[in-house]
Design a protein around this ligand. Structure first.
Ligand code: HEM
Ligand SMILES: CC(C)=CCC/C(C)=C/CC/C(C)=C/COP(=O)(O)OP(=O)(O)O
Length: 331
């Protein structure tokens, strides 16, 4: 049964911040980190929308989403298994299913194996082996590269390890065409440069929790000001990278370019506001939330750009419409 518990929405530096009201999921579902999956799938669909093969056959689309969800869920379970002891010592994660004993290690491991095998079967049989291999690469890089190798060792853990979270767009592009074009690599790069603003904003809120267990997240090692400045630089890089989408899209790039502007303006505004007062938890929380909305928004715009109507939005067409509507043209 799913029970709901309200978590105090106060983000004092000494107490880990509540990101959202916490909903207690069944143990087997909680370890799969299901809340991350919709955004990972959105970037997968974004990767598809960037190819000439869009729109995809619905069965292929569905198999990619099911296989991708299973791979991400398996990655989440393996991360929880690897970090069981660490999670038990951190305030934010101590009530998770494994450290609190609601789920046995053997059961979690069985679930991870079943999900991995299921994902490979669905992707190989319903999509193609490139998409399956990339999903496995995403899983391995999250568990081995990020979780096991980088997270406990370096402040750049999420910059390099962010590669894992950026693989879903490649899965989408591979599912659509069977190969990887540069536009898929563009969305991969965008997610990579987006990750620091997403995560370091949160790490500012959680820094005491990370400090208490010796995880060298940037705010723990370098402090608030350096972290806020780094977030600012990556936010600018994200904005610059997002604009490349105008040419990465096979059609509708101009509509995308227009509509992405307010998303970028808000990202820059929130990161500048954080730089003014990096210790303000509300500013950090606003940026973290916007980062999620931002990436969903970008993926939605990519899909919108591939609708037939969007192809009509082009500087020449816009100019013609303006001239046509202007009083001089009417006269
Ligand atoms: C190395 C890269 C990343 C790190 C370290 C990271 C870390 C985190 C952490 C610690 C949380 C809070 C989870 C909690 O509530 O306990 C979170 C939330 C979230 N992350 Fe990331 N993240 C990364 C990359 C990504 C990527 C690539 C995506 C999707 C494309 C993503 C999507 C989300 C979403 C949607 C949430 C909110 C979940 C909720 O509603 O609670 N993250 N992230
Ligand atoms: C294609 C494919 C399967 C890709 C896998 C992508 C994937 C699962 C990315 C997750 C990124 C993420 C949320 C990291 C946080 O881990 P954390 O250990 O820092 O968070 P925690 O402290 O909440 O456990």
């Amino acid at each position: 049964m799913v029970s709901v518990s309200a978590v105090a929405a106060i983000a004092a530096p000494s107490a880990p911040a509540a990101i959202r009201p916490s909903v207690k999921l069944p143990a087997w579902l909680e370890v799969a980190k299901p809340r991350l999956i919709p955004l990972l799938l959105a970037t997968t669909v974004g990767g598809m929308a960037l190819t000439a093969a869009w729109p995809l056959d619905p069965v292929r689309l569905l198999c990619t989403l099911v296989g991708g969800s299973m791979a991400s869920a398996a990655a989440g379970v393996l991360n929880c298994l690897w970090e069981q002891e660490l999670d038990g010592r951190m305030q934010r994660t101590s009530r998770r299913a494994l450290p609190s004993g609601r789920l046995a290690q053997r059961q979690a491991f069985g679930l991870a194996v079943a999900l991995t095998i299921g994902s490979v079967l669905v992707l190989v049989l319903g999509v193609n082996s490139l998409a399956a291999s990339l999903a496995l690469l995403g899983l391995c890089s999250y568990v081995l590269l990020y979780t096991a190798l980088l997270k406990p060792r370096t402040t750049q853990n999420i910059v390099i390890g962010g590669m894992a979270g950026a693989i879903p767009p490649l899965v989408g592009a591979a599912a659509a065409t069977g190969h990887l074009g540069w536009s898929g690599w563009w969305l991969f790069s965008l997610v990579m440069v987006w990750t620091p603003a997403h995560f370091w904003a949160l790490a500012l809120l959680l820094r005491e929790d990370y400090r208490s267990v010796g995880i060298p997240m940037l705010p723990v090692v370098k402090g608030l000001t350096v972290t806020a400045r780094a977030i600012g630089r990556y936010s600018w890089a994200t904005v610059a990278m997002s604009l490349v989408g105008v040419v990465a899209l096979p059609s509708g790039g101009w509509l995308y370019g227009l509509l992405v502007l307010p998303f970028n303006a808000r990202l820059l505004q929130l990161s500048a506001s954080l730089a003014e007062d990096p210790g303000d938890p509300r500013r950090a929380r606003s940026l973290f939330r916007w980062s999620i909305f931002y990436l969903f928004g970008i993926c939605l715009l990519l899909v919108l750009a591939r609708t037939p109507l969007a192809s009509a939005v082009h500087p020449a067409a816009l100019m013609a419409a303006v001239l046509h509507l202007s009083p001089a043209a009417a006269a």
